[in-house]
Write a protein that binds this ligand. Structure first.
Ligand SMILES: [Cu+2]
Length: 133
């Protein structure tokens, strides 16, 4: 009986790690974009209204990259009689990370794409979905 109880949390932890995303009153994910490691953090669960997205970039040596330009796009496809909704927020450097504030107008599933430009080059976007309550 004790073994079963032990295995369940381990399984859940592995499931979160393998998906590269963890939801526990917020969200954190780590992805690669070109030669950069991109960490995206939302400190609270997405909701209608203002939502801060913090993004940290690291180069191959693990050093913080602070000379990039960044924009966070968020969109919802057309549904029913409603047209698609597309917005973006510029990310502003703050210390060793960047902060963008998404102003989410309605509940539902939003597709988010973090677009990074560095040295005049647009890097592959980091995409995830945010289910706003
Ligand atoms: Cu909608």
């Amino acid at each position: 009986m004790k073994k079963k109880i032990f295995y369940i949390p381990v399984f859940i932890a592995l499931a979160f790690f393998s998906a590269g995303i963890a939801w526990a009153g917020g969200m954190s994910l780590v992805r690669k974009s070109a030669d950069l490691t991109v960490q995206v953090v939302m400190d609270k669960n997405p909701s209608v209204g203002k939502n801060a997205v913090r993004v940290a970039l690291k180069d191959a040596s693990g050093a913080a990259v602070t000379d990039a330009l960044m924009r966070v796009y968020y969109s919802m496809p057309a549904m029913g009689g409603m047209p698609a909704m597309n917005y973006y927020a510029n990310a502003v450097p703050r210390g060793k990370e960047y902060v963008a504030v998404m102003d989410i107008p309605m509940a539902g599933s939003w597709g988010v794409a973090v677009k990074i430009k560095r040295g005049g080059r647009l890097l592959p976007p980091v995409k995830f979905s945010a289910d706003a309550q």
